[in-house]
Ligand binder design. Structure first.
Ligand code: ZN
Length: 449
């Protein structure tokens, strides 16, 4: 089945924008882009749909999610990072497997509604994998491991290997690959770092980890201080264990165990100095920058321009509604751009375009998926979104990049398509009753109060 979608602007991202353009999708693939009249003549069989005053662009690549934490929206608001984390640990104990799945489904639904077609999710539970498959998302689900007791690491790794094998079986035939995720330096003792790095290298698994996100993490790893050394460890059940401060930063801690000799997606990287950026760049570590989460939890602002200057692969992540309440991907672009300007006190060249690129092709490159998604190009999978630009605050539409970054929000998404399949269209998700997805999360939210 061929579709011809036309719109005011086609934004391929890998190539210049096309005004009054169209895109032809055949089954799961993009076959052509160009002027509408020309494509209509070349593909007379295609079913035509004109989106009028809108922008057709690649689906967003959300480089960091925790789908199952969607039900935590607003539950631990306005706390600094470590206290927020401790609250989350305590509240999590009230939930069972069915609750996590209901919450993950809500997250996957909100991703599709927000124009996100690819995710990189970290979770110790299979709920996220199941939800991502049900809602037709692409990407990675990373099996999360946390352990500070070196005597328990062997069993954590053995359990991880069993789970990863099971998850790979579940993901088979879908668009999701499985990776592994030691939670981050504050929750992974040296043997866990070393053994997961060795495992990933041996089995060719991609790794994602939280890294250098907060000042508390930095102080805990280097000096053994901060609230992460106290009530956080008690909440995780590690209060009785001795923690020998590493005397080095979180980046250098992972470096010394060969962690970066792998395909690594590091999340946050806010507290990194020039030398550490060089270390990350040298090892081709990709970064998931989560501007809204970092700001809301008071963690800081990542040195994005320095990452770019170092030639690193960087994309954007929403993290989760537990930390920043919404999966509105436009927020990430807008807030990300504004925080860089505030931090650097300068305006970079074509910055709105750079953020749209980071949100799409940049994220795809960070995941090694640039041959299948991230831009609109013949031969790539039809992962695309249609963004409505008819509202008064979006007029005039002079530059499509500026319009997307400065005036759009998730309510403007008309259509989300993944591999040629409609994931969301004009307010609804095919074959899924969105009201029932929301209703199933309500009792979960009651438990969390
Ligand atoms: Zn996270």
């Amino acid at each position: 089945m061929q579709h011809l979608f036309s719109a005011k602007w086609i934004l391929p991202v890998g190539a210049p924008p096309i005004k009054e353009g169209a895109i032809v999708v055949d089954d799961s693939k993009i076959v052509a882009l160009g002027e509408t009249d020309d494509l209509a003549a070349r593909y007379p069989q295609a079913e035509c749909r004109d989106f009028g005053r809108s922008i057709i662009m690649p689906g967003f690549v959300d480089l960091h999610t925790h789908l199952e934490y969607t039900a935590f929206r607003g539950v631990c608001d306005d706390l600094p990072y470590t206290q927020w984390k401790i609250q989350q640990i305590h509240k999590s104990r009230a939930l069972d497997e069915a609750d996590w799945l209901a919450s993950a489904r809500l997250g996957a639904m909100e991703a599709a509604q927000s124009g996100i077609t690819t995710i990189a999710d970290i979770s110790p539970r299979s709920a996220n994998l199941r939800a991502a498959i049900e809602f037709g998302l692409r990407g990675f689900v990373f099996y999360e491991m946390a352990e500070m007791d070196r005597n328990k690491v062997d069993s954590v790794i053995a359990e991880g290997q069993r789970s990863v094998a099971e998850w790979q079986e579940t993901a088979h035939g879908h668009k999701i690959e499985i990776g592994i995720a030691p939670m981050g330096p504050q929750a992974a003792c040296p043997p866990l770092i070393k053994q997961s790095a060795d495992w990933a290298r041996r089995d060719g698994l991609k790794i994602s980890t939280h890294l250098a996100g907060s000042k508390d993490e930095y102080d805990f790893i280097k000096h053994g201080s901060s609230e992460l050394a106290g009530s956080y460890r008690d909440a995780m059940g590690w209060g009785h264990l001795l923690w020998q401060p590493m005397g080095v930063s979180p980046v250098r801690y992972l470096l010394q165990w060969g962690f970066f000799d792998n395909d690594v997606l590091a999340v946050h990287c806010v507290h990194v100095d020039e030398d550490e950026i060089y270390i990350l760049a040298e090892h081709d570590v990709a970064v998931a920058h989560c501007p809204k989460c970092s700001a809301k939890l008071g963690m800081g602002t990542a040195p994005l321009r320095e990452f770019e200057r170092a030639g690193m692969r960087v994309g954007l992540g929403t993290d989760s509604p537990a930390s920043q309440n919404m999966m509105d991907y436009f927020d990430e672009m807008r807030i990300g751009l504004l925080f860089q300007r505030g931090k650097n006190q300068t305006i970079a060249n074509a910055e709105a375009e750079a953020f749209v690129r980071m949100a799409t092709l940049g994220g795809a490159k960070a995941l090694g998926l640039e041959d299948v998604t991230g831009s609109l190009e013949p031969g790539k999978d039809a992962d695309l979104v249609v963004v409505d630009m008819t509202r008064s605050h979006q007029r005039p539409l002079l530059d499509p990049y500026s319009a997307l970054v400065y005036t759009a929000n998730q309510e403007n998404i008309i259509l989300t398509m993944g591999s040629g399949k409609i994931l969301y269209d004009s307010g609804s998700i095919p074959d899924i009753d969105d009201e029932s997805v929301i209703a199933q999360v309500e009792p979960v939210q009651m438990k969390l109060r």
